[in-house]
Design a protein around this ligand. Structure first.
Ligand SMILES: *Cc1c(COP(=O)(O)O)cnc(C)c1O
Length: 361
């Protein structure tokens, strides 16, 4: 069996061209006589890799000069703790967390370790996180240390299509599951973080983009957990996840070759529109999310005949369409269609869904 269509929510599909290039460079990276995995992180070759990756993040996302770029370990989950640890200076300081799903709840839970002042300007929990609160629903705290949002809700399949206006309060975004899927204006954020394993590369590295004035607010932190120390050491306070950063760099080069983030967005819009239309028009499949909030990255759907769910998943797998099982809190199916999912993968899924309906509908 060759490559299948992988709809996993993460770690997720990578561009085939990237895997092929990594294969070709595996034993001898560009005449160095060794694999990137075997290379000193202080070597000239490796410095070119990490600096090249940083430069491409800056270029592709249009990161302004007063922002620093970090490659961290510990996943997005460590950022749930590093953000409050670094940005809060008092144990009662207000931190606003907009609740739009499990990941924002987990982020807020970590913040509560550092302040008694965690507030929720809005929550869509009452409607099982099927929608994103509008700007006018947000009850923001004017003197909060920051506002935290989850820009795409991987589990529930919702996404912000506006950037919350937070005045002078820095906006912090967990962009793990939609980073580089569409253009964002980085200057509207104080800090952005994203675990790599959805849209950027393999697990083991987390991208952080932080505005300079947010560095060094809090002293006395362990070095590894202090953004300022990490910036001063250019993400190399200790040995960074060298191979993961190398693959991330290849993914960024691939994004650039596709025409950049705007071109990727166009493709993502087509993929998502085709899949949601197929669901809505079927009378057989249902999508639980509000239309205006629907994620372009993670598409949850259920069957009107819920008892067919296991059959659907088993037959899909036989057809080479894998990891379509929905998260247990939503049920049914979830198709994650990140940047690296080709349009042909989405078309194959839609064709399978129509066929399945014809046989079981
Ligand atoms: C996957 C995911 C996380 C968790 O990422 P880790 O790197 O496993 O810690 C956090 N937030 C969002 C939005 C995610 O999709």
């Amino acid at each position: 069996m060759g490559r299948i269509h992988n709809f996993s929510a993460g770690p997720a599909v990578l561009p085939q061209e990237v895997l092929e290039q990594a294969r070709d460079e595996m034993l001898d990276y560009r005449g160095s006589g060794m694999s990137v995995m075997e290379m000193s992180h202080r070597s000239k070759e490796y410095l070119a890799i990490i600096e090249g990756a940083e430069q491409l993040v800056r270029e592709l996302m249009g990161v302004p000069a007063n922002y620093k770029i970090l490659f961290q370990q510990g996943g997005a989950t460590l950022q749930f703790a590093m953000v409050p640890m670094n940005l809060l200076t008092r144990p009662d300081q207000i931190a606003d967390y907009i609740l739009t799903g499990s990941w924002s709840k987990k982020a807020a839970k970590e913040a509560k370790l550092f302040t008694s002042g965690v507030r929720h300007p809005a929550s869509s929990e009452k409607v099982n996180f099927t929608r994103i609160p509008r700007q006018e629903e947000l009850q923001l705290t004017p003197d909060a240390a920051y506002v935290h949002m989850t820009s795409n809700n991987t589990i529930f399949g919702t996404e912000y299509f506006y950037t919350p206006a937070t005045g002078n309060v820095p906006l912090v975004a967990d962009m793990s599951s939609n980073i580089l899927s569409r253009p964002v204006d980085v200057s509207l954020f104080g800090l952005i973080y994203a675990g790599a394993q959805k849209n950027l590369g393999p697990s083991g590295v987390t991208l952080v983009i932080v505005r300079e004035d947010l560095l060094g607010r809090k002293g006395g932190l362990p070095s590894m957990l202090d953004y300022k120390v990490q910036v001063e050491n250019q993400s190399m306070l200790n040995t960074p996840p060298t191979y993961a950063i190398y693959i991330l760099g290849l993914v960024l080069q691939w994004v650039k070759k596709q025409g950049g983030v705007a071109a990727i967005e166009g493709r993502n819009m087509r993929k998502a529109a085709r899949l949601y239309d197929a669901i809505d028009q079927s009378g057989f499949y249902l999508c639980p999310t509000e239309k205006e909030s629907r994620s372009r990255m993670n598409v949850p759907f259920t069957l009107a005949k819920a008892e067919l769910t296991d059959t659907f998943l088993a037959e899909a797998k036989k057809a080479g369409l894998v990891s379509l099982k929905g998260h247990r809190s939503v049920g049914g199916m979830r198709a994650s269609i990140y940047n690296a999912m080709p349009e042909s993968g989405v078309d194959a899924l839609i064709a399978f869904m129509r066929d399945f309906q014809a046989r079981h509908g």
